[in-house]
Design a protein around this ligand. Structure first.
Ligand SMILES: [Zn+2]
Length: 308
């Protein structure tokens, strides 16, 4: 028998062949994921940045409405739902109304600025706002336009202008379809975990666990968090323009986010905590946006905004 110059290559071949087959699953997945991801990329007309959506706008409106019913039901059961005719409810509704009235104009302005066709998704939104009694300084706008403001936010906002900045930020998350974008990311992570599960068929459980943990952590820190911060910055910008167009003083945004960043960790809900931009960066970004916000204010309100 001839001695193989490559030593054990003959012996190794069957194992390598089998292992190679599993790697093919990963390579096929990566190709499919890349095709899905890049093939479905659209330019977000509000930001001019590439975005991926995991749902249709109609699905978002439905999902948002369902989630809102749940929130209202829970708040009602705890006696925490403020009646619609309470003074605070009326004030919050008025701010929401003023912001919503200016959605079409700000949408058209930003799309024009980014050289994109004007999006029409917001026309299908079912706007609503509820006020919930709570110590938390929180607010949200679900996909499709259903909003809630927690009474704990009122002492932090202090003024109607600052409240409009927060609510504008929340409305911007819905306009920018950030919920749908997050779902697109989650789908990709799930597909990756499935492909990894198939490819790891022959590994020992400890190795499998380590790889799944790495994938999960990678998804958490590599994908979701940076996107989260980017989404917050986008919502700050679009929200600020919305508040300015509705003639709320955009300069109030800076002391507002300063007050928000000074809140203790316990008082600060996730929406205003970890995924948010570093407070110093955020203030800097807001300052850089002020000239544009002042322009929008002048365009729709016929005068310059008050200095602070
Ligand atoms: Zn946010």
């Amino acid at each position: 028998m001839r001695i193989d110059p490559l030593g054990n290559a003959q012996q190794g071949r069957p194992r390598r062949g089998f292992g190679g087959m599993r790697w093919w699953i990963l390579i096929l997945f990566a190709g499919y994921a890349a095709w899905q991801w890049f093939g479905n990329a659209k330019v977000d007309p509000y930001t001019g940045e590439k975005a991926h959506y995991g749902t249709t706008a109609d699905e978002e409106v439905q999902l948002g409405a369902q989630a809102f019913q749940q929130v209202l039901g829970d708040a009602n059961a705890q006696g925490a739902l403020l009646p619609a005719n309470a003074q605070v409810s009326q004030q919050i509704r008025e701010i929401a109304q003023r912001l919503i009235t200016h959605v079409p104009q700000v949408t058209a302005d930003l799309a024009a600025q980014n050289g994109q066709p004007v999006p029409t998704e917001h026309q299908g939104f079912q706007w609503d706002v509820a006020v919930i009694q709570s110590d938390q300084a929180n607010a949200f706008c679900l996909p499709g336009g259903k909003m809630a403001v927690y009474t704990g936010l009122i002492p932090v906002a202090k003024t109607q202008d600052a409240m409009a900045v927060v609510m504008g930020h929340e409305i911007a998350h819905a306009l920018l379809r950030h919920g749908s974008q997050r779902m697109a990311q989650q789908k990709l992570v799930q597909m990756g975990q499935m492909a990894a599960g198939m490819a790891m068929g022959g590994m020992d459980p400890q190795q499998q666990q380590a790889i799944m943990a790495a994938l999960g952590a990678g998804a958490q820190y590599g994908l979701v968090l940076p996107y989260g911060r980017n989404h917050e910055t986008q919502a700050d910008k679009v929200g600020l323009m919305l508040a300015a167009a509705a003639c709320y003083n955009p300069h109030e945004a800076i002391p507002l986010w300063q007050r928000m960043s000074e809140l203790g960790g316990g008082e600060r809900p996730p929406e205003f905590a970890s995924t948010h931009p570093d407070p110093a960066n955020r203030i800097q970004t807001l300052q850089s946006l002020m000239p544009q916000a002042e322009q929008i204010y002048a365009k729709y309100c016929g005068k310059a905004p008050p200095s602070s």
